[in-house]
Write a protein that binds this ligand. Structure first.
Ligand SMILES: Nc1ncnc2c1ncn2[C@@H]1O[C@H](COP(=O)(O)OP(=O)(O)OP(=O)(O)O)[C@@H](O)[C@H]1O
Ligand SMILES: [Mg+2]
Length: 432
């Protein structure tokens, strides 16, 4: 089925496809007659030949072979036959096709044999010699039951097909939506480095604007700033490459083993010229002994930059933001972590909880997050910032990157005291 832009139209088309694809029901039922005596076999043929498609068997093995090769609805079986008994044939027929309806013909059988036939799910039994009206009624009832059962079965299959089709439809929509989210994320994430680039370009302009000739010192200054700009341009390229890789369902070629202190140093550089710092104070505290993180360095910068920018923007009043790193030499004690009005946890259970772990914290002395807002902050497009001020994608991206890096995330907040976001990521020793 070709998909259109409209999911409802697609679903309707799916229904009509399924209905059209359903084979038309059989016109006549198929009746199998099994009796080793020629007389009763022939009289049954005369009675039913105009009503049903008939198959005749004079012994058990023939009956079973016919059942294997034909779509039989009802079987009339003589219980007493030479060789394989009717009870045995019944058992084997039900094995070949459980939905066959079987009517047993009995002569002088004990109630035990009849009980046995009923236990093997024969639907009726008729005394021999039979009376035509009784036989007709028994076969007709059995046929009706088969038709009804097969209709129910076909309807159930149709509903199942429809459900599968709708499910596929939903997955398609979800993929399209994710794709949209990813494009929005690229724009969101590239905005950070672009803000830094623009800040440095302004600094360079000011420096160049004041001097009529260039001193050696100016040249060094310009070179240094250009290096930072070049690194940010590289970041923009890597961000788009990573997301586009994700779109193509490829894992980005990560370069694990990046020094945490190098990352924190880079971050500090970025923040110095970031427009969202404004009047706020900030401090970046490196690790006492350096280690590496297993995930891509750009991802770490992206995570910390999003958290730090949020921390700067959480209040118009000047406040303090602290970014720090710590190495944990033991796995996390997961029993200590609980969601609550002041705490929100993500990916705690599925993280790779093996030491060494790197713990990054971004704390602010801002207004905190209200308990009714806290459960929503990681939802895509959730923002409390005004229109055109926030996309509400920052924390969703953070969460996604942490999850991809097999890490975990914890937000602890207190009204009027501030908020701390903690990121736990698998660490590794630095390559010498
Ligand atoms: N440090 C914080 N203090 C208080 N509230 C916060 C903090 N960090 C996040 N929030 C809340 O979480 C919401 C969602 O944050 P998120 O980063 O996903 O989007 P945003 O910052 O609103 O938009 P964008 O990231 O596009 O600028 C914010 O609007 C804010 O209400
Ligand atoms: Mg944000």
């Amino acid at each position: 089925m070709a998909l259109t832009a409209n999911p409802l139209e697609d679903a309707a088309a799916a229904v009509s496809d399924i209905v059209e694809a359903t084979p038309a029901p059989k016109k006549r039922g198929t009746l199998l007659i099994v009796d080793d005596e020629d007389g009763p076999r022939q009289s049954l043929r005369v009675i039913f030949k105009d009503e049903y498609d008939l198959l005749m068997a004079e012994d058990g093995p023939t009956a079973i072979e016919l059942a294997q090769n034909n779509d039989i609805d009802v079987a009339v079986l003589d219980i007493r036959m030479a060789g394989m008994s009717g009870i045995e044939v019944l058992e084997r027929l039900k094995f070949v096709k459980p939905e066959i309806e079987a009517i047993m013909m009995t002569a002088f059988e004990t109630t035990d044999t009849i009980r046995q036939a009923l236990r093997l799910r024969a639907c009726d039994y008729i005394n021999k010699p039979f009376d035509i009206a009784t036989m007709r009624a028994a076969v007709s009832q059995a046929m009706q039951r088969r038709v009804l059962e097969s209709e129910i079965h076909t309807s159930a299959e149709k509903v199942q097909d429809l459900l599968t089709e709708l499910q596929n439809q939903r997955v398609e929509e979800q993929i399209a939506k994710t794709r949209g989210d990813i494009y929005a994320s690229i724009i969101h994430d590239i905005n950070g480095p672009l803000a830094v680039i623009s800040g440095f370009v302004q600094v360079l302009n000011q420096r160049l604007g004041h001097s009529s000739r260039m001193e050696l010192e100016d040249l060094e200054f310009i070179k240094d700033r250009l290096r930072i700009i070049a690194r940010q341009v590289g970041n923009c390229i890597e961000i788009s490459r990573r997301y586009l890789g994700f779109l193509r369902r490829q894992s980005s070629d990560t370069a694990p083993g990046v020094s945490v202190n190098q990352l924190l140093h880079d971050l500090e550089h970025l923040l110095r010229v970031h427009p969202s710092v404004q009047e706020n104070e900030f401090q970046v505290l490196p690790l006492a002994g350096d280690v590496a993180v297993k995930i891509n360095g750009t991802d770490v910068i992206q995570i910390l930059l999003n958290l730090t920018v949020n921390a700067f923007q959480c209040s118009p009043q000047p406040h303090r933001v602290e970014i720090s790193g710590e190495v944990l030499h033991e796995p996390l004690n997961l029993t200590k972590f609980k969601d609550g009005p002041n705490d929100r946890l993500l990916n705690i259970e599925s993280m790779h909880n093996t030491a060494p772990l790197v713990k990054f914290s971004v704390s602010d002395t801002g207004p905190g997050i209200a308990p009714e807002v806290l459960p929503k902050i990681f939802h895509p497009y959730f923002t409390t910032k005004g229109p055109k001020q926030g996309t509400g994608l920052g924390l969703n991206i953070v969460q996604r990157l942490v999850k991809e890096g097999d890490g975990a995330l914890h937000c602890h907040t207190r009204i009027n005291e501030g908020t701390t976001f903690t990121v736990y990521l698998p660490g590794t020793n630095l390559a010498k």
